[in-house]
Design a protein around this ligand. Structure first.
Ligand code: NAD
Length: 496
């Protein structure tokens, strides 16, 4: 990546076939998190340049697919070492463009590297062809690379949700064209280029822009797989666009993750109270798997709300991402801020009580950026928009429930099914968890605190198709290829 010498703004270019490429488009856009500051520039890639990137990836695939797993792992491990060495610089850039506090930006690198390391350790066995000798002959099940992967990532975890695709795709022998989100493209592009420096030209390409550029990735016949993380509505457009060329897809989409507190939950457990607050407001609530609606058994509801407010007021300190006291930064962009405000306003109009949470560390900073004071919403109906829609921001409704059957029904009514959490007596919680329609259910913790990259992650229903993480998250970048050597070469029922 080319970084301009001044510290004020960072300019990135597309990276195609091992080269930096200036945009031919005039519509360069700035990417401000804080309206008082332009963080950087990324020239929007033209359609012709997107085609060039895809063709470079297609060309590179012809050679890259023939490399052995040892070479791929060795190159990836070197890239991991370089990312580690550049961590502070990357984190600084990520905090600046995204608005997430420094500790949280470090956390994103931590999760990214944990996954990349796991993928390196696991790739050889996950991709090993399985040879079965049986009475009917011999069968080889091979995991072949798919080809050119289009990786389209969102703004909320731009590095983690890019590397979650880059590492397994490359380890499995594919080549890739990455398009980060225009709302946070700088740090993801930097990390992708660090990785690219360890791979042959054309194996990783990075292009920039929004839907106009993304559409080439979803329609170009050279692209054989789309790995997309983002909103459910965008995914529907992508599925339609890709239908003419029938592409393989992994879709990680929205969620409306519920946290369910059973009667057996101890409201005086301060660590658990802190965990649920963090699971609601980490990254200013902008995580797909954050707990977005909280259901509490009516018998403990009032005490729970009281303790929750105390815990939230202790943990939430809203401020500049570079202030070490800050736990909650601004919302990433104005569109998201307005959307969250709209949901809270709608809840108020419907008669809900909205309680502000936490401390604003510096009112002047707060007034300048896309800040929102986190809120707790009480007294809403189970079908209000703030409960059934994904808010993806710093507000959370807490609702009472009367019995397990009711709360399981409320959970499963959602069009989403990404993650959920159940809190209370472990055995009881697991029994409720087994009834929930969700890709991951965490017990007595939630959100990234309960994430385990060794196991598959993904959603039921409109939260997605396919899985990332785990051995599954590597094999998802392959086609299963069966080579069958039957003993009986001619079938007896086919006439001579
Ligand atoms: P988004 O859908 O608006 O954008 C995601 C990416 O898609 C961006 O790079 C964008 O430029 C691109 N894009 C937009 N329109 C496109 C099109 N027509 N063709 C091709 N590409 C297109 O999502 P966002 O606002 O960046 O992210 C927030 C959403 O992502 C939330 O719904 C959140 O739940 C979801 N998300 C899901 C997961 C998960 O793992 N399930 C993780 C993080 C975020």
């Amino acid at each position: 990546m080319t970084i301009q010498a001044n510290q004020e703004a960072v300019t990135i270019e597309a990276f195609i076939n091992g080269q930096h490429v200036e945009s031919l488009s005039q519509s360069a856009k700035e990417n401000p998190t804080n309206p008082a500051e332009i963080v950087g520039y990324f020239p929007v890639t033209t359609k012709e340049q997107a085609v060039e990137a895809i063709e470079a990836a297609a060309q590179a695939f012809q050679t890259w697919k023939k490399t052995d797993i040892e070479e791929r792992v060795t190159r990836m491990r070197r890239a991991i070492g370089k990312i580690r060495a550049a961590e502070n610089e990357i984190v600084h850039l990520l905090s600046r463009e995204h608005g997430k506090p420094l500790y949280d930006a470090h956390g994103e690198i931590y999760v990214s590297l944990m996954w990349m390391e796991f993928a390196c350790n696991e790739a050889a066995s996950a991709l090993q062809a399985q040879v079965t000798e049986h009475e009917g002959g011999k069968t080889i099940l091979a995991y072949d690379p798919i080809g050119v992967v289009a990786a389209i990532s969102p703004w909320n975890y731009p590095i983690a949700l890019s590397t979650i695709k880059i590492a397994p795709a490359l380890l499995a022998g594919n080549t890739i064209v990455l398009k980060p989100s225009p709302y946070a493209p700088l740090a993801a592009a930097k990390v992708a280029e660090i990785i690219a420096s360890e791979f042959p030209a054309g194996v990783i390409n990075v292009i920039h822009g929004d839907a106009d550029v993304g559409v080439e990735l979803t329609t170009n016949p050279h692209v054989t797989k789309i790995a997309f993380t983002g909103g459910t509505e965008t995914a529907k457009r992508i599925i339609r666009a890709a239908s003419d060329t029938i592409k393989d897809m992994t879709l990680e989409l929205g969620g409306n993750d519920a946290a369910i507190f059973l009667e057996s939950f101890d409201v005086n457990d301060e660590r658990a109270m802190r965990r649920i607050v963090v699971s609601n407001f980490l990254t200013t609530g902008q995580i797909c798997m954050i707990a977005k609606r909280v259901y509490v058994h009516r018998s403990i509801y009032e005490a729970f709300v009281e303790k929750y407010i105390e815990a939230a007021n202790r943990w939430i300190r809203i401020g500049d991402p570079f202030d070490p006291d800050t736990t909650v930064g601004p919302v990433n962009n104005l569109k998201q801020k307005d959307y969250v405000l709209g949901l809270v306003e709608d809840a108020k109009q419907r008669g809900a009580k909205v309680i502000p949470l936490g401390t604003i560390l510096d009112q002047k900073v707060f007034d300048q950026g896309y800040y929102l004071q986190p809120t707790l919403v009480l007294g809403c109906d189970v079908h209000d928009p703030i409960v059934v829609e994904e808010q993806f921001g710093p507000t959370v409704p807490i609702l009472p429930f009367d019995d397990e059957e009711q709360v399981v029904r409320l959970h499963n009514e959602s069009i989403y099914g990404l993650t959920s959490s159940v809190w209370g007596n472990e055995e009881n919680a697991i029994s409720v968890a087994r009834q929930l329609e969700a890709g991951t259910t965490m017990i007595n913790t939630a959100a990234v605190q309960g994430l385990d990259v060794r196991f598959p992650f993904g959603g039921f229903k409109q939260s997605g198709i396919g899985r990332e993480y785990g051995a599954e998250g590597i094999r998802t970048y392959t086609e299963q290829h069966v080579i069958n050597v039957p003993k009986m070469l001619d079938l007896p029922y086919i006439p001579e």
